[in-house]
Design a protein around this ligand. Structure first.
Ligand code: NDP
Length: 285
């Protein structure tokens, strides 16, 4: 059996088309959703991510502005910039591109962003809201995964989902969102002994580790849905996920590729959250 390879670009396109009409509806009422991105330093991968986010905004009619701060900017300067953006009525979404240089306290930065503009969904107030089933903004990557599963009609309720990885931005919210939809969820980490004994039981496996070939075809159940969140730069310069694509493809039912799977969906969900923020702001007026 050969898995159906999920097309994240295509699903993103479908969702972005629907977003365009929401942006047009807002424009008729003189409202333009706005996203501010703060980029500190010149990390090559971060530059690419930010460029892609700006291009995606342009394509659906969302205003975007990038604040490029030097690697040695003080923490206070970043905090001041964020305070200004919190008070800027043209901005509905604020995103600080991670990782930040070591001298800047990431927690402090994320907590100063107004929860109403926290389109990454990382603020503790928004995390708490999500945990209690009252989400304002779902974190973009797991949200994108849920939209992919929905698009392909993958049944979640009553199924066993295994999430590999427990980061605050992917693993933990992913597990929670699957739980919310009725899956029985296991979370595996670097401390899990015998990962395969978990993944072999799973109907859905989401891998968010950051190491190539963590999951092979021998470690999964035939027909399982495999979501590869990982992005790894290989020695030859090419990109690979966390999944051994070729062996998993022979066993899985659905499989996301890297690139072209979860990545485009993450950016699409950033657009979703920014437009949603703008719509919610209008309702508060
Ligand atoms: P983190 O490094 O924060 O977390 C990695 C997790 O993987 C940790 O919980 C760690 O466990 C676990 N882990 C490490 N090694 C193993 C192993 N051998 N077996 C099982 N679990 C293991 O990474 P992120 O969650 O931020 O990102 C994960 C990957 O996803 C990265 O490649 C990143 O680039 C990519 N990514 C992709 C996005 C996209 O849009 N496609 C968006 C965000 C991230 P422990 O906690 O015990 O250390």
């Amino acid at each position: 059996m050969n898995a159906e390879v999920v097309d994240g670009k295509l699903v993103s396109q479908v969702l972005r088309e629907k977003m365009k009409s929401r942006v047009e509806a807002l424009a008729k009422r003189d409202i333009k959703p706005g996203l501010a991105v703060i980029l500190v330093g010149d990390d090559a991968a971060s530059q690419v991510y930010v460029r892609n986010k700006v291009a995606a905004c342009q394509a659906v009619g969302v205003y975007s502005v990038v604040y490029r701060l030097s690697e040695d900017v003080s923490e206070q300067n970043v905090l001041d910039e964020l305070m200004r953006l919190n008070n800027n009525s043209e901005i509905n979404g604020i995103l600080v591109q991670l990782p930040l240089p070591k001298h800047i306290d990431e927690d402090k930065i994320l907590e100063i962003i107004s929860p109403e503009k926290d389109v990454d969904g990382f603020h503790k107030i928004n995390v708490g809201a999500m945990v209690t089933g009252n989400a304002r903004f779902y974190p973009c990557t797991p949200h994108g995964v849920m939209k992919l599963l929905e698009h392909y009609g993958v049944v979640i309720e009553g199924k066993h989902a295994v999430v590999v990885g427990r980061s605050n931005i992917v693993g933990k919210p992913m597990a929670l969102m699957l739980l919310e939809k009725g899956a029985t969820v296991s979370i595996c980490t670097s401390k899990t002994s015998n990962l395969a004994s978990f993944t072999r039981q799973a109907d859905i496996v989401v891998v968010a580790v950051g190491k190539p070939k963590v999951l092979s075809g021998a470690m999964i159940k035939p027909g399982a849905t495999i979501i590869d969140v990982g992005i790894n730069r290989l020695a030859d310069g090419s990109l690979a996920g966390d999944v051994d694509f070729d062996s998993v493809r022979e066993v899985a039912g659905f499989l996301t590729p890297v690139p072209g799977g979860v990545g485009p969906m993450t950016i699409t969900m950033l657009l979703e959250n920014t437009i949603r923020s703008s719509e919610m702001e209008e309702m508060r007026q």
